[in-house]
Design a protein around this ligand. Structure first.
Ligand code: AMP
Length: 519
């Protein structure tokens, strides 16, 4: 027997929640009694062996021991070129570092629950592509848990907010976290969550607001004769930590001081909320642009929006509330905890997954408990794609171009197709190249998978073929090539995830990480 949990695996902070015996989601505090855990790993080496530390203590070490600390690893998920080399000479992938964070979250959750955790729903930003979603699932597997599914963060936030029928209507979720910004529009109707559109910037979050404040402070320090403190690696790391604290302080009070010393000389910078807001104005404006883009893309106006939900720690900044009020004329919903909503929604989904797997598979062979502890709410989620997918086609001018098959914001799960024709007599194969991006020019899109699918002999030039892209609910893509219409199946494949580990590499990673103890 065990419980299933929801995990918000954030860029800067993570959280875990469970559906309580009363059927309501609740946050599980970590071993330090905190509701969120910094997504930071300190690699300590003892006798040539790594004993990583995850959480608050690791975050504090970022200033004193920056070389051995990994932060913001979420930005590297699905990037096979990123590695962290520890002092013990071990090289870790982003999935492996993330698995340490997940392991710590699960350890603490089990301690809080007094029970084993047997499965988890892990959330991902809506704009995460196939490779990043797969990398997140793999991180869960490496951590030794059963990943019930990955769920989009804004959908999870809406789940925690919208189960109450009073919340029916069109909701805009504005999610400004530590490293990412997401905006999502969805319709909530008696337990049906239909995503209408989503957009975001994966490199826009609290971290960037910290950077803006750091630049402001560095300039002030330079005026006081401290030179360029950002040139100094250790002072920079210390300044980053202090600026984050000042930023948080300025959410509550209008002025704050920052003290720092260089070459034994103390300096003080007085910072007002206005100074900070001025220094970071362009970042806030960027979020406004993305909100307006989503409204424009989906054909909605503010008059049609019933609720605005703020998610992510950075929405505590008063300028975010003011922005929403200025552009929408509405006050954001109160009663949603921006740090906890995503994990709580994931916990609801985890309970639903557990119940349906019991309905379907019946028992513990699934690794899940054989009895539900309560009735999970009845919820239907219809999400949309965040990445346009296309196929390389031959243009009339004889040049290859990107032909979009699934535009962004198309409903998932779903099946989409593109008709084409063979270009030569007795053509022996079709090279199906799957693109990500909406520009017709292949220089501005990424080829995320390809396969040469053989054709039967003797087809005349111009024989119709149909490429079918099928998105499952977790936004994994399956591709098929048929004869014209929905005729004979010529071949099929899943995207060759060059960015992800294959089965063998995953097994190796599971074994490598299994015996690493974390603090
Ligand atoms: P999340 O990843 O959603 O937990 O968001 C974490 C981000 O929220 C970090 O960049 C924090 O610095 C930021 N944050 C947390 N609390 C506050 C606050 N009171 N004011 C401003 N930013 C905050």
């Amino acid at each position: 027997m065990g419980r299933v949990v929801g995990i918000d695996l954030g860029t800067t902070y993570s959280a875990v929640a469970v559906l309580g015996d009363d059927g309501l989601p609740e946050i599980l505090k970590n071993a330090d009694g905190e509701p969120t855990t910094p997504s930071v790993v300190l690699f300590q080496s003892f006798d040539g062996k790594d004993e990583p530390l995850v959480g608050t203590m690791a975050k504090h070490s970022a200033a004193s021991d920056p070389d051995n600390v990994v932060q913001f690893v979420k930005r590297q998920m699905g990037n096979p070129d990123w590695r962290f080399d520890s002092d013990s000479g071990v090289s870790y992938s982003a999935e492996e570092v993330s698995s340490l964070i997940i392991k710590k979250l699960l350890q603490d959750a089990e301690q809080a629950l007094g029970e084993e955790v047997c499965g988890a729903v892990i959330t991902v930003p809506a704009y995460f592509d196939d490779a990043r979603r797969t990398a997140t699932k793999q991180a869960g597997v490496i951590a030794g848990t059963k990943v019930l599914r990955v769920l989009n963060e804004p959908t999870a936030a809406a789940l925690s907010f919208g189960l109450d029928t009073e919340k029916n209507g069109v909701t805009l979720v504005y999610d400004l976290g530590g490293g990412t910004f997401d905006v999502t529009l969805l319709k909530i109707e008696d337990g049906c969550f239909t995503v209408i559109g989503t957009d975001g910037d994966r490199n826009l979050g609290g971290f960037d607001f910290d950077n803006a404040l750091m630049s402001f402070v560095a300039e002030e320090l330079s005026k006081q004769g401290a030179g360029n403190v950002l040139d100094d690696y250790l002072i920079s790391a210390e300044l980053r930590e202090k600026c984050e604290m000042v930023k948080r302080t300025l959410s509550n009070v209008p002025k704050a001081n920052l003290h720092i010393s260089k070459n034994g000389k103390p300096y003080r910078v007085a910072i007002s909320r206005e100074d900070f807001e001025r220094a970071s104005r362009s970042l806030l404006n960027r979020t406004q642009e993305l909100v307006e883009d989503v409204l424009e893309d989906t054909g909605y106006s503010w008059g049609q929006i019933d609720h605005v939900v703020l998610v992510g720690g950075s929405t505590r900044m008063p300028m975010v509330h003011k922005l929403i009020e200025d552009i929408s004329g509405m006050k954001p919903e109160l009663g949603v905890n921006p740090d906890e909503a995503v994990a709580m929604g994931a916990a609801v989904q985890a309970a639903i997954e557990m119940e349906s797997s019991i309905d379907v598979a019946g028992s513990a062979e699934n690794g899940l408990p054989d009895m539900p502890l309560f009735t999970a709410p009845s919820v239907v989620i219809a999400d949309v794609t965040s990445q346009p997918l296309g196929v390389v086609m031959l243009g009339k001018d004889g040049k290859d171009y990107n032909n979009v098959v699934i535009p962004r914001n198309s409903p998932v799960p779903g099946s989409y197709s593109q008709d084409a024709a063979t270009v030569s007599e007795n053509q022996s194969y079709v090279d199906v190249q799957v693109t990500q991006g909406d520009d017709p020019d292949l220089n501005y899109v990424v080829i995320i998978g390809s396969k040469e699918i053989p054709l039967p002999p003797g087809l005349p030039k111009g024989s119709p073929v149909r490429v079918v892209y099928e998105y499952d609910r977790e936004q994994t893509v399956h591709i098929r090539l048929h004869a014209g219409g929905s005729g004979q199946l010529y071949g099929e494949f899943e995207i060759d995830r060059v960015a992800n580990m294959d089965e063998r590499q995953l097994d190796t990673a599971v074994n490598k990480m299994k015996n690493i103890e974390i603090g």
